[in-house]
Design a protein around this ligand. Structure first.
Ligand code: XMP
Length: 526
């Protein structure tokens, strides 16, 4: 992938041995404006299509002595570039250079303080040069080095790890037992910055340069007459991807938004206004809400809801594409808003994680339509996409928006999905989000939404007894959406939300708060 990227930016290669922290290494280097890419640790160096300026070996859940322990291609040490091994990566370097690793009597997990050792050797000392006062580091390992590899020096110790960091006496090969990529390691960023300097890597990865280069790349790929079709959901990824396509090829890019009847209140209208009127993107909104809602009648099983919505989406989109082709001529490409975490997930050493829910995606479109994929955000993390969106003039409320699932409100209405139930939930959700905005806490929450429960509860309004529905409020805080905690609201804000929902939404007399973490709960209720 991405030959163009590698010819434009100096890059660092991260070889992933399966640590839960591997993707954080990528994040930290990107934050230093250094482009980096992660590949599985089984990558053969001779098969690399680009030349990295440095290589990182990540941590791993394995021990180097496990029979099935993943092994780095030893050719990595003759590439003539610096290598930094983190935790298991250190042990892998040691193992390759005649060192010994033994199981530690207990697993070391938590904070430790580094004691730096000045060797007087310029190469060795470069990794810790100019580190600040706080030398707290984060340890998480079972094995540790018991015999130094040949020709290496110790460059740091801790109370329990006599070889907490090591460096080769001649080559820029370093190993650290601690995890510099997690924020608990106070000087982690400075350490990575030092490694970047040792690699002689230019720090030119910014969203400003990315826009120009990506636009040039798209123009070259699509050619002067090629045409691109894209599906827009209204979320940040597809909006940014659409804007970049529009900048690159103007009206030869055509976006389609399918209103599936289970969007947030007025969403189709708002996206139409923003993308098409304000940002000039060529956009068609197809109202297929009747068809979707018809097919959802009496369906309660969440996976069936997802399948129906996914399949109906493809059907509607394809029909629209056919109509457009008849009218305007052939499309060669399909735009997808794939992000780097999806790419990492699919190339990860551990392989794609088990599917807990079938996530809706438009990949199925390709088979019949014979469209080639175009993925302008494939190298980016979510916060980079947001920065890109801001630079391209996409309004803040679109750029900073919480994610919204493809199957929409259908997986937030726990009972049968009807137009009335959708309206009721849209209304409650709108109030909830409005109050969160007013209280200025929207950006502290990763994802907030209302859920409509399929139960009735007794209430009293005026002198009348009511028997109405219940709304649950969900607000999750997370960085990767794999694990999450519930957001601790100010009780006064909760009162305002609850009062407004029960007063303004006909058919609701009770509001409850979801206080479950993920795991064991998931973020969505279905
Ligand atoms: P869960 O509920 O699995 O959600 O903890 C994690 C993230 O994924 C989103 N999600 C979906 N997104 N199609 C989507 O496009 C789906 O079927 C789907 N299910 C969950 C969820 O909103 C959260 O951001």
């Amino acid at each position: 992938m991405s030959h163009a990227i590698h010819s434009q930016y100096d890059s660092i290669l991260i070889l992933d041995f399966g640590s839960q922290y591997s993707h954080l290494i990528t994040r930290r280097f990107r934050e230093l404006n250094v482009y980096c890419e992660m590949l599985p640790c089984t990558q053969q160096i001779k098969d690399l299509t680009w030349h990295p300026k440095g290589v990182i070996l990540s941590g791993s859940p394995y021990s180097v002595y496990d029979e099935v322990a993943p092994r780095v291609d030893p050719a990595v040490f003759s590439m003539g570039v610096p290598v930094l091994g983190i935790c298991y990566g250190l042990q892998e370097i040691a193992w390759n250079h005649g060192g010994r690793v033994d199981p530690h009597h207990t697993r070391e997990y938590g904070h430790a303080t580094l004691d730096l050792v000045q060797t007087g050797n310029r190469v060795c000392d470069a990794l810790f040069a100019g580190l600040g006062e706080d030398l707290t580091v984060w340890m998480s390992h079972g094995d540790q080095l018991s015999k130094m590899p040949d020709n290496f020096d110790v460059i740091a110790r801790t109370k329990t790890a006599p070889y907490a960091a090591i460096a080769h006496k001649e080559h820029p090969f370093y190993g650290i037992q601690f995890h510099a990529e997690v924020t608990h390691t106070a000087q982690g960023t400075k350490l990575f910055e030092n490694f970047v300097t040792v690699c002689g890597c230019r720090r030119n990865w910014t969203m400003e340069t990315f826009i120009d280069k990506e636009i040039a790349r798209i123009r070259e790929m699509v050619g002067p007459h090629g045409r691109v079709l894209g599906a827009i959901s209204g979320g940040v990824d597809s909006s940014v991807a659409a804007k970049i396509m529009h900048e690159a090829i103007g009206d030869r890019f055509h976006a389609v938004m399918v209103d599936n009847g289970v969007l947030r209140m007025d969403e189709a209208k708002q996206v139409d206004e923003k993308l098409s009127k304000d940002l000039g993107v060529n956009l068609t909104v197809v109202d297929a809400s009747d068809l979707f809602l018809e097919r959802l009648v009496d369906v309660e099983d969440p996976e069936r809801k997802r399948k129906i919505i996914g399949n109906t989406f493809i059907e509607v989109f394809e029909k629209e594409a056919e109509r457009m082709e008849k009218e305007m001529g052939k499309y060669e490409y399909l735009l997808q808003g794939t992000l780097y975490p999806d790419v990492i997930e699919s190339i990860s050493f551990k392989g794609p994680s088990a599917t807990i829910k079938t996530h809706h995606n438009v990949g199925g479109l390709l088979e019949d339509m014979k469209l080639k994929l175009i993925e302008p955000l494939r190298e980016l993390f979510k916060d980079e996409v947001r920065a890109l969106g801001r630079l391209m003039g996409i309004p803040e409320h679109l750029v900073g928006r919480h994610p919204f699932p493809g199957p929409g409100l259908a997986i937030r209405i726990l009972g049968p999905v009807t137009r009335d139930q959708v309206k009721l939930l849209q209304h409650a959700d709108k109030i909830y989000i409005e109050e969160i905005f007013k209280a200025n806490v929207y950006n502290d929450i990763s994802q907030a939404f209302a859920v409509l429960l399929p139960v009735r509860a007794v209430g009293v309004q005026g002198d009348k007894r009511t028997y109405d529905q219940v709304i649950a409020l969900r607000a999750a805080q997370t960085t990767d959406f794999m694990t999450a905690t519930w957001y601790h609201f100010d009780p006064n804000l909760l009162s305002r939300i609850s009062n407004r929902i029960t007063n303004e939404v006909q058919g609701v007399n009770r509001v409850v708060l979801d206080v479950s973490s993920k795991p064991p709960a998931t973020i969505e209720w279905l």
